[in-house]
Design a binder for this molecule. Structure first.
Ligand SMILES: *Cc1c(COP(=O)(O)O)cnc(C)c1O
Length: 404
């Protein structure tokens, strides 16, 4: 049975902690991790949680307690991971466009590193030679993912070293006697089509003989989760089967073992998150009814940023007849969350909950309009815990230097 929080639980949390509030459900994260473990049982793939989706230290600790590894996109995320108790060996740093000094810091911390530019690869070679194993992030020129803004593998994308520069990579490896232990490709987010991962596996297959010390093939993250009712996500069981097949074929062909690595963010935490808001105002304009909530893209930017769909429900009036509403926020900028959504009749003061709010929700939040960032609550074993307090006025001034 799928783990979820009931309307009653969510209302209780809204009453206790106020709104807007992000709520995370530990058991749902566990369930998602177990799905991956099940799916990759045969292939024994290693899972690295892409922590940029949600970095609250309690979430990181929970994920660590499951035995999961962690993928970081900044050196600060590495420090958070260490703080949460991850061992360096279970931390992966897949960055892009970063200063070499961050890579040096990652090496001094002893974590796994994937490098995504020729220039940093060269610096790495000059400094570390063969002394520290390193992975290479490639850009395979594959178009995949939910939309252009979240696609990272296509030929105009900044991510990874373009695959057509393989000769340059090989020259650098040779010149500097680099210890290449992994190849990495992350094609984007919300990839439903398992064949995209298989296209990447084909590329690895061809490249493997060039890298005799290769031990892992990192296929990135980007598993799709259902957002709309009736939608399905990436079939991870099918993916698991295919990956096991690829690894067997690699072993037969090259007579050695390879590991498959994955870096899911959304898959682990998206559905575990709920964002509860309260309706400030109702406004009728022609045929449109605006339901203005006490939030905006300062708290949940995904709809405005990449037209993400979030299912929304009125949990305060769940049995009333439905009507179409356009749900907007309270900041001085267009911040439409959804247009023409059928909701149970909305009254001012009702609580609207946004689903799939665990990944890239709070994490992408800001203090725009000098508004407070929401509180964060974790529900674990049926109990709720405040894991991030709502901002207070002093937080807005905390880093400002008053000189006048
Ligand atoms: C963002 C990112 C991920 C996670 O993507 P999801 O869509 O959340 O699964 C994985 N790997 C890398 C390198 C990323 O940048």
């Amino acid at each position: 049975m799928s783990q979820s929080l009931s309307n009653e639980q969510l209302i209780g949390i809204a009453n206790e902690y106020g709104t807007p509030v992000y709520v995370y459900h530990a058991e749902k994260i566990t369930e998602q991790y177990q799905k991956l473990q099940q799916a990759f049982k045969q292939s024994n793939a290693k899972i690295f949680y892409a922590s940029k989706a949600l970095t609250n230290i309690n979430i990181l600790k929970h994920i660590r307690s499951l035995g999961c590894n962690i993928d970081c996109s900044s050196v600060n995320e590495i420090h958070l991971a260490i703080r949460a108790g991850f061992e360096p060996a279970s931390i992966l740093y897949t960055s892009n466009g970063i200063a070499f000094s961050e890579i040096e810091e990652a090496v001094s911390l002893g974590v796994n590193v994937n490098i995504d530019s020729l220039s940093n690869l060269e610096k790495f070679g000059k400094k570390f030679g063969h002394s520290y194993p390193v992975g290479i992030r490639l850009r395979p020129n594959i178009m995949a993912g939910g939309n252009l803004k979240i696609s990272t593998g296509h030929e105009k994308s900044k991510f990874g070293i373009p695959i057509e520069q393989i000769d340059k990579i090989l020259a650098l490896v040779q010149e500097n006697n680099l210890f290449i232990c992994g190849l990495h490709v992350h094609t984007g987010s919300e990839i439903k089509d398992v064949s995209v991962f298989m296209q990447v596996a084909d590329i690895f297959f061809e490249l493997a003989p060039h890298f005799p010390e290769l031990s892992y093939l990192d296929l990135g993250g980007g598993f799709k989760v259902p957002y709309q009712e009736g939608e399905t996500g990436t079939d991870v069981s099918l993916l698991g089967e295919k990956v096991a097949g690829v690894l067997n074929k690699l072993k037969e062909t090259y007579k050695r073992d390879f590991e498959a690595w994955f870096e899911p963010g959304k898959f682990l935490v998206s559905e575990a998150g709920y964002f509860i808001t309260e309706v400030n105002v109702l406004k009728q304009s022609g045929s449109i009814i605006f339901a203005g909530v006490n939030s905006g893209f300062n708290h949940l930017i995904r709809p405005m940023f990449y037209e993400a769909y979030h299912r929304i429900q009125n949990i305060s009036n769940p049995n009333a007849p439905t009507q179409l509403y356009t749900i907007t926020g309270n900041i001085c900028e267009t911040d439409t969350f959804a247009s023409d959504r059928a909701l149970n009749e909305v009254r001012e003061g009702d609580r609207l909950v946004f689903y799939n709010a665990g990944a890239y929700g709070f994490e992408m939040g800001s203090n725009y309009n000098a508004r407070f960032k929401p509180a964060q609550v974790l529900v674990s074993k049926g109990k709720s815990h405040l894991i991030g307090r709502r901002d207070i006025f002093e937080d807005l001034l905390r880093n400002q230097v008053e000189v006048l």
